[in-house]
Unconditional design. Sequence first.
Length: 146
Amino acid sequence: MLACHPPFLTALDYRPQLLALASQIADQPLPFEWAIGREREKIDISIRNRRFGVIIFIENKIDAAEQPSQLSRYRRLLDKAIMYELRVLVYLTPEETLPTSGEPHFHITYADDIRDWLVGCCDAVIPDRVKHNIKQYVEIIDVLRG
């Protein structure tokens, strides 16, 4: 996971459920402790940390429509991951667009959550090329917002 300040979970701490999740991770895990996968079992992003028993599935919706029972399917996959105590399903959209399935999840947006986190990451001591890439992502989010 990109070692940024603020860390991804605590950057969202104004959402009570995510604050509870972040507070259960007592000390800052090292970047190599996180396993990040993409597009596996149709899940856009999966984030795992065995030491802290955390698994997070992120469904990233930019242009594609939500498929029938999509979040229900992801929730079932999470429920099967019993070796992880904390199992989180995140629905990520450019702006406030609610899912149609009504499954339990955390809804975050590029406009309200990810953009500010990325801007905070640029304050970290990271290589200039990484800062440049982050700034490009922020610009893309701004374009998506109109």
